[in-house]
Design a protein around this ligand. Sequence first.
Ligand code: R5P
Length: 296
Amino acid sequence: MTVQALISLPGNESTGAALAQQLNVQLLVPEVRAFPDGETYFRLDADLRALSTAIVCTLDRPDTKLMRLLVAVDNLRHRGASCVGLVAPYLAYMRQDTSFHPGEAVSARAFGAVLSQHFDWIVTVDPHLHRIRSLSEVFRMPSRAVHCADLIAEWIASNVREPILIGPDSESMQWVREVAAKAGAPYLVLQKVRRGDRDVVISLPDMQRWHEHTPVLVDDIISTGLTMNATLRQLQSAKMRPAACVGVHAIFAAGAIESLRTFRPTHIVTTNTITHSTNAIDVSRLVADGIRSIAG
Ligand code: R5P
C-alpha cells in the first residue's frame, strides 16, 4: 500500500524531509528523548488510524537506535497505522555475518530477526552483503536494497581526471567493478588481511603502468578508516599521485577522518546515507524509488 506518512527519528530529519518531498507525503517528527535514567521517551501527536507509514532511521551506532525503533513501531501500530515500513539508508551489523571463532554471535542474523518481527518491509542502500548473499537470508519481511554505483560513477567522472579505481579488498569487488564499468575507468582489487579490529594489512601489485592515473579508493564502509589508511600508505610508497577516497557509508569511528587526512587525499567523499561533513552524493531519489518499488 502506498506510503502516506514518513516518521523521522532524531538525526534523520533532513533525510526524512527529502524523501517526503520526493514521495509527496507528509513528514511527521516525533518528540524523542531520554528519561533521566536513560530510557526512551517517544511521543507523536498525529492521527495515525489506517495510515500506511514508514519510519526513517539510518542505523549507524545501532544499539540505542534499535530501542527507539521498537518503541516507535509499537506506538504506531497501537494507534492504528495499517503498515509500518523501515527506511534505513545504512543497515548495521551486516559485517558480522559468520562465526569466525567458536561461540561468536552471528549478529547479522540476530539483528535481522528482531527487525523482521516488527516491520512490514525494509529499504536500504548498498548493504554489506558478503557471505550473506541476499537480504532475504536475514529478513523474513520484504526487503529492497538500492545501489548507488551510478551516482558514484557520475561523481568520479565529474571530479577526477584519468582515474584508476581501487577496491581495497575482495569484498569491495562488487562495488568497484560496477562503478568502474559505469565510469568507463580501469580498476584494481587489492588483497586485505584484517588481523584485528584495528590491524589491517593491504598488499599492492606493481603500479608502474598506472603512474599517470589518479587512484580513487572505492569502498562501501569507512569505519575506523584503517582499510583506506593502509591502502593510501601503500599508494604513497608506490609514488602514485594523491588519491581520492569514496565511501558509501560514512561511519567514521573516532579519529578516523583525522587519520585519513594525514595522507592528504584529494577528496574524501561519501553519500548521505549517514549524515557527515564528507557527504557529497545525494541518495534520496534512489531511496524514494526503493520505497515506491516495495510499498507502491
Ligand atoms: C569490509 O570488508 C568493508 O568492505 C570495508 O572495507 C570495511 O568495513 C572498512 O572498515 P574500516 O574503515 O574500519 O577499515
